[in-house]
Structure formats: C-alpha cells, structure tokens
Design a protein around this ligand. Structure first.
Ligand code: ARG
Length: 459
C-alpha cells in the first residue's frame, strides 16, 4: 500500500503504478534523499517537534539504509514504491517503527524532491567541472608539445592564413573554459534550499529552514514556498550548460574526423579510439569522435524537452515536474562520458606536422601578407588587394604558388615590390608577424598559453 493510501479504497493496478512511478530514474538520488531526511529529522528534534530519541533512531536507520544500498543489499521495487522518497521512508519505518513515521512531519515530497534534485544537480555540476578540466589539460598538453607546428587556418573551409596548431587547439580550450563557467553558474543556481516549503505554502510547525539549508550545504533557503517547490530553472541551466559544451565538442570532433581523413592526414587516432569495419578490412574509423558529435543532438533534445514540460505549468507542484529528472540526468551523464572520451582521444592522437605544413604551402596563404607589404609601402589597402588578386590569378594560370613567381612577376603588377618580398612568403615569418594580443604569432600564443593555464589552475 502507498504511504498516501488512507483516503483510497482501491490500490493502483500494476500498469498505473508503473506508469506513475519515477523510482527507476530517481533511485539514483538515494544519497541526496537520505541526506535531506537526516537534516530534516535533526532539525525537527532541535526545534522540539519530535523527540531526540526519534531523531537519533531516524539518523541511525537512514545510515543503515544508505550502507545497505551501497553494499547492494537493498533494492527497491516499483510495485511497492512510487519513488525513491517513499521507498526510503517505507523502509525506514519498517526498520524503526513510529520514529520513522514521524520523519515526514512538516515536509512534503514536493519540497523533498526539489531538495534532492538540487543536491544532485550540484554534485553532477561539480563532477562535470572536474571532467572539463581534464579535457582542457589534454588539449593544452598537445598544444605545448606541438607548439610551433603550422597548419592552414580556414574560413569557409578554404585555406585562409597560416596559424599555429597550438593556437587552433587553444581556441577549444577557451570554449571549454566558458563551459566550465556555465557549469559553475548552473551549480550556483541550484544552491538554494526548498526544504521546509512543504507542499506549497509552508507549514504550521516551527521549522528552521535556515538550519536545514546550512546543514545540507545550501547557500540559503528559497524565500517563496510556491517558487521553492515548482522552480526547475536550475535544471534548465544545467542542461543548457551541458548542451553548449556538447556543441563545442561536436565542433572539435568534426575537425578530428576531417583531420584523420586521407585527404587531410593531419592526425592519426590511436587504435583505442578507433574501430574497424565488419566488411572492409582496411578501415579505421573515428567512431568515437562521430559518436560525441552525434550525442550533442540528444543533449539539446533534453533541454528542449524540459523547456516544453515547464511551459504553461501553473503553480505550484504538478506531476509533470516528475519528468524533470531523466533528461537532466541524461544530459549530465552524456556530457561526462563525452568529456572522458574526448580527453583520451586527444591525449593519444598522433599529430603529423609535415602533413599540416604541406597543406599550409598550398592555397596562397601568404596573399594577405603580400597585400599588407604593399599597404605598408603606402598603397591603399584596397589597391594592394587588387594587385595581389592579379598575382594569384597569374599563379593559377601558371599552375604555381606565390613563392614560385620571379621578382619580375611581382614588379609587373606593382613597382613597389622589392627583393625583400621573399620574406613575406615564408610561413614561419607570416605566423610570427601576427603579434597582436590573441593573434597566432608565436609570442602572442605563448602569452595566451600562460593565460589559459592560469585560468585552468584557478578552476
Ligand atoms: N516522484 C515525484 C517527482 O519526482 C515526487 C513528488 C511527488 N509529489 C506529489 N505530490 N505527487 O516529482
């Protein structure tokens, strides 16, 4: 019989019991539920609402249940209990009798579930922040190891200007740094206690909501009881943070997939992060990078699902809110796995600097610098752009690169060209010359590396 069965004459049938239950999903929050109940029980005794012996029996009984769950000695049955809150309370009462039956004084599952979910969200945000740091470390290690390697920088996926491979990797580190901040903000959003809001209106018992908030490590109690039981913004924040980070990982993985093609050949993934084909013996596929790229769709779906669940929901608690957990848990679990997988993939990939450099020689990557050369000699930049455009056309017609043109070819387009134009065509020099803060020049990237590492150390 359910804990609320007093006014009912019939029990739920097996189907509605299963359909209405959240136990298979919310049993993951058993530790949070037990922590919340211990804080509530201790506060009830401190406020003289229940006796000290009852509170001691509750604490001891809950500790025993926690130990048994963790030892695999206690499992819950969806036909017996609708959710983790009822399962644990019923088990407690079975073990300690009336003291257990006093625990729910001044409490509702509505404030209880919101409390559990906030504790859970804070924990998962913290876990994700640690996994995010590990991925940033893997990217930074590759950036440092291959600091000087040059590859073509792209716009529109067309060769644009040469950049340092380290600069390219650090762009992802900055994205992940912002993701870390978003996860921290989601954790802060969860950091308020609904406990003591009861069903929706507060209670007639002299509860100390500040005490339970502090005991559970929350920054403060939520000031409005209706808001306390019905707010799920903190889960939207968490899933949004996961979604953005998944989008970043999908971009990174897309590049890894491209780079590991025969056409690019910039990297080779380790065998541990590749799979073969069941029919084509020669294949080595970047399955895991593809899977991470694909997982972003699922996590963004989790965000949309909860947004739609919350839309138009009247105050205060509605059973619709039970749908909040699966997607939020899935988003966090999925991103955590993606972080772990991406970190291993990046750490173990082999970089091919010669292949990157060979591509950087193609596609007239020096063109902007040649135009800048003329502009610095006084030719308006737009004019310089036209001159270099004609030089590129000349190369296209002759089937050669800018470097292959004779000084006379340059001078045929502009008499401002002198022998020192040769140094403008050197990729190392072109990269090094980008000295602006945040640019790809070696000195600027060294500075950036110091900055990104300082920000990592602070996280
Ligand atoms: N399992 C429920 C949920 O996840 C707990 C709260 C139930 N409250 C209620 N009044 N039915 O939302």
């Amino acid at each position: 019989m359910a804990l609320w069965s007093g006014r009912f004459t019939e029990g739920a049938d097996a189907f509605t019991q299963r359909f209405g239950a959240s136990l298979p999903v919310d049993q993951k929050m058993y530790a949070q539920d037990i922590a919340g109940s211990k804080a509530h029980g201790a506060m009830l005794a401190a406020q003289g609402i229940i006796g000290e012996e009852d509170a001691a029996a509750i604490a001891c009984g809950l500790d025993g249940i926690l130990a048994d769950i963790e030892a695999g000695a206690l499992a819950f049955d969806v036909q017996e209990s609708e959710d983790v809150h009822m399962a644990i309370e019923a088990e407690l009462t079975a073990r300690i009798g009336d003291a257990g039956a006093r625990l729910h004084t001044g409490r509702s599952r509505n404030d209880q579930v919101a409390t559990d979910m906030r504790l859970y969200a804070k924990q998962r945000a913290t876990d994700l922040m640690a996994a995010n740091v590990a991925l940033r470390e893997a990217l930074i290690a590759q950036a440092e190891e291959h600091f000087d390697v040059i590859l073509p920088g792209y716009t529109h996926l067309q060769h644009a200007q040469p950049v340092l491979f380290s600069h390219h990797l650090l762009a992802y580190v900055w994205m992940l740094t912002r993701d870390f901040e978003r996860l921290a903000a989601a954790r802060a959003a969860a950091d308020r206690s609904p406990l003591g809001a009861a069903a929706l209106a507060g209670t007639t018992y002299p509860l100390d909501r500040h005490a339970t908030a502090a005991a559970l490590g929350f920054a403060a109690p939520i000031p409005n009881s209706l808001d306390a039981v019905s707010d799920r913004d903190f889960l939207l924040d968490l899933i949004y943070a996961c979604s953005v980070s998944c989008l970043h990982l999908s971009r990174l993985c897309e590049e890894i997939i491209l780079w590991s093609t025969a056409e690019f050949g910039f990297i080779t993934l380790s065998d541990a992060y590749s799979t073969g084909s069941s029919i084509m013996p020669q294949k080595k596929n970047p399955d895991f990078a593809e899977l991470i790229r694909g997982k972003s769709g699922r996590v963004v779906g989790d965000l949309m699902a909860l947004m739609m669940t919350l839309k138009s929901l009247p105050l205060a608690y509605n059973k619709d809110l039970q749908e909040d957990k699966e997607g939020a848990m899935d988003a966090a679990d999925t991103l955590e796995d993606c972080y772990v997988c991406a970190a291993g993939m990046i750490a173990t990939m082999t970089v091919h600097p010669e292949a990157m450099m060979a591509q950087a020689q193609k596609g007239y990557l020096a063109a902007t610098d040649v135009a800048d050369y003329l502009a610095k000699k006084g030719l308006p930049f737009r004019r310089a752009h036209e001159v270099v455009g004609r030089l590129v056309l000349r190369c296209e017609q002759q089937g050669c690169d800018l470097e292959d043109l004779a000084l006379a070819d340059f001078q045929a387009e502009s008499d401002l060209f002198e022998a020192d134009i040769a140094s403008c065509l050197n990729l190392e020099a072109i990269v090094a010359a980008r000295t602006t803060y945040g640019g790809t020049g070696h000195a600027a990237v060294r500075e950036q590396l110091t900055e990104v590492k300082a920000s990592l150390a602070a996280d």
